[in-house]
Write a new protein. Structure first.
Length: 348
């Protein structure tokens, strides 16, 4: 992968739109929720996941095969985009794909915290960031969270995790560590970002993602029961919330929805805001936030078709597809009904 050469948005976006059109839609999900894991794997074999299912089918089966194939395919799709891109466009996409380094760090920390077997943790890793296979293997071998913090020193997550470790020990929940990872990711995204024609919409999208992350984090903290102040976990860089008001909004979801509705996001999020208002649980609210962010990214992509935002919109949409298929496979394995599984999905 190289950033050599000039930006080539027309070529990259044309190929990304072709990939977007191949994502699963309502019809495919309606079929999948009525299948068992083996049937789901066979269905995937006849789709864009054919290569991964065939390559992994001799080593895994059932939900394991599905999860490894999903993550391998997603990593390949995103690495393809980097191979297509050049110049400033490459740099912007590569910066954003570090979110999967953040995802992998949080996944491994959660695995240690919950004493989950290494194989189960590894199946959830997405190899689309900058951490190579050797470093991920070292992280997977660690059995104590303190060792993870030490191993990550020198990375973009090192200083933040070290500073948050004492808070984690005090409260016994992962919020301080997970927030430190998120903060580090967004700080590196925004650091040194020169605003121009290529980066204006990129920044607008990042501001929206940070706003929605702050809303999610504040709600989680408010409902966790832990002695934590949401203000201490506020991520700088958004435009919607002030640090001083986030704690109040976290305890009043209707006011939080109103705040979003009256913002620059409101007129572009009619359906998603309805879902936010109707959500009757934290999980439901978080799914509605995911849907709202995807809807906003899609809108930016349509309004600014030659900016980086159609690429970011595709990345989010691909993540949602992978999350949805995983939720269906795990739900069917657990014996959930199709209706129960459909409630877990994020579908536009």
């Amino acid at each position: 992968m190289s950033a050599a050469g000039g930006s080539n948005p027309e070529y990259v976006i044309a190929r990304v739109r072709a990939r977007r059109s191949a994502l699963f839609g309502d019809e495919e999900y309606r079929k999948l929720v009525r299948m068992g894991p083996a049937e789901i794997a066979r269905f995937m074999e006849e789709s864009e996941y054919e290569t991964e299912i065939n390559a992994l089918g001799s080593r895994f089966s059932g939900v394991d095969l599905i999860e490894y194939a999903l993550n391998a395919n997603m990593a390949k799709q995103f690495n393809d985009i980097l191979d297509w891109a050049g110049g400033r466009l490459y740099d912007l996409i590569a910066r954003y794909l570090r979110k999967f380094d953040a995802w992998n760090v949080k996944t491994i920390i959660r695995g240690i915290y919950s004493d989950i077997a290494r194989d189960e943790v590894e199946s959830d890793l997405i190899r689309a960031g900058e951490f190579d296979e050797s470093f991920l293997s070292r992280l997977l071998e660690v059995q104590e969270i303190e060792e993870i913090v030490e191993l990550l020193s020198g990375t973009i997550f090192g200083d933040g995790l070290e500073a948050a470790y004492d808070d984690y020990e005090d409260v016994g929940v992962l919020v301080p560590l997970e927030n430190a990872v998120d903060r580090a990711f967004y700080e590196q995204l925004l650091e040194g970002l020169v605003i121009g024609e290529e980066t204006k919409q990129y920044l607008e999208f990042l501001e929206a993602e940070i706003d929605f992350r702050n809303a999610r984090n504040a709600l989680r903290i408010a409902r966790s029961g832990a002695d934590l102040d949401p203000v201490d976990y506020f991520i700088e860089g958004g435009t919607l919330f002030r640090e001083s008001e986030i704690a109040t909004l976290a305890t009043n979801t209707s006011e939080l929805v109103s705040k979003i509705a009256e913002s620059r996001y409101g007129d572009r999020l009619d359906d998603a805001l309805s879902d936010l208002e109707e959500a009757d649980s934290l999980i439901g609210f978080e799914r509605a936030l995911d849907s709202a962010l995807l809807e906003y990214a899609d809108t930016l992509g349509y309004v600014f078709p030659l900016s980086v935002t159609p690429v970011l919109s595709y990345i989010l949409a691909k993540e949602r597809e992978v999350d949805n298929i995983r939720a269906i496979a795990r739900g069917r394995e657990a014996g959930l009904s199709p209706d129960e599984i459909e409630e877990e999905l994020v579908i536009q």
